[in-house]
Ligand binder design. Structure first.
Ligand code: ZN
Length: 310
């Protein structure tokens, strides 16, 4: 019995689009399962687990992996034809973790890299990824940061001879013809780094993902006013579940079935109870990196399958 047949035996959570959840423990119990987990030891000597995707055939799915980079954010996208996209790369101390993840997924080249905004918890690990991998195109919003982290990223970009393309609403990065990619923000220039976050809508067949960086209410409002179609089945919950994001009107327009919170140990109180309650009331099934490790959401354009690290 193949992995997908087994997955189909799991409870169907939604009538419109099926969502399947496959936990780590269940995976362990599957004899002959084509996928497996590998334990890695990072340079810091810290143990972490990574979903070993390279052992599984690409099978025509779009896969969006919300990598567990602690308090920070990083999403790895693999298209049905094997194109790769990396959105953000966690903090500086996650550099080796990022390289390990890419190795585990068998990724040598990043076709599209996006640094959503210059905050360290998003771009910190990107410099080493650039140093070690071929990069097709890189997009960043037009905002600078006066930090060593940002400088280091620019140095890596320069060394590779890459030219940064501007991330803003309306930009359509060239990626995989079967997958629609559209940038919905920043709609206009802001002095605030979070509100300059590149926001991406990724659509494959009937299934959409909205990847929001650290966009806050101000940017959410501009996206609502822009008239863009914000509806998405999977929402990256803005700004690590902070109160500054996921406004009621924005959530109502997106109407996600699944929400992912990229969060680790932190002193900000992320994610906020108020936001968790708001998501629960809206019937959103929430996954969190701090509780479930890496979260891979895979779709054939009709159904969603969720694989969690723990
Ligand atoms: Zn952040």
């Amino acid at each position: 019995m193949g992995r997908h047949d087994r997955v189909r035996q799991l409870k169907k959570l939604s009538k419109t689009i099926g969502i399947y959840v496959l936990g780590f423990c269940l995976l362990l119990g599957l004899a002959g399962c084509s996928a497996n987990w590998t334990e890695l030891l990072s340079e810091a000597g810290q143990e972490h687990e990574v979903w070993n995707a390279s052992s599984d055939a690409q099978n025509g799915n779009l896969r969006v992996v919300f990598l567990d980079v602690g308090q920070g954010a990083s999403q790895l996208l693999i298209s049905p034809s094997g194109k790769t996209m990396l959105i953000d790369g966690g903090n500086n101390d996650q550099e080796q973790v990022m390289l390990d993840y890419l190795e585990m997924y068998g990724i040598g080249r990043i076709d599209v890299m996006i640094g959503t905004h210059p905050d360290a918890d998003h771009i910190g690990g990107l410099d080493r990824v650039i140093d070690h991998h071929d990069i097709g195109a890189i997009y960043m919003p037009k905002i600078q940061a006066n930090t060593r982290t940002f400088e280091s990223l620019l140095e890596s970009i320069q060394r590779k001879g890459l030219k940064v393309k501007t991330a803003k609403a309306g930009v359509v990065p060239d990626w995989d013809g079967e997958v629609q990619i559209q940038m919905l923000a920043p709609v206009k220039t802001s002095d605030d780094s979070n509100n300059m976050s590149a926001v991406l809508k990724v659509t494959y067949g009937k299934v959409s993902f909205l990847l929001t960086g650290d966009a806050e209410r101000e940017s959410e409002k501009l996206m609502l006013e822009s008239g863009a179609d914000l509806q998405a089945d999977v929402l990256l919950v803005g700004h690590h579940g902070s109160k500054s994001s996921t406004s009621v009107s924005f959530l109502e327009r997106v109407r996600p079935q699944v929400g992912v919170i990229q969060v680790g140990e932190n002193s900000y109180g992320h994610p906020k109870e108020e936001i968790l309650n708001r998501l629960a009331e809206a019937g959103v099934r929430v996954y969190r990196n701090d509780l479930q490790g890496s979260i891979e959401i895979s779709t054939n354009g009709e159904q969603i399958e969720v694989l969690t690290g723990r």
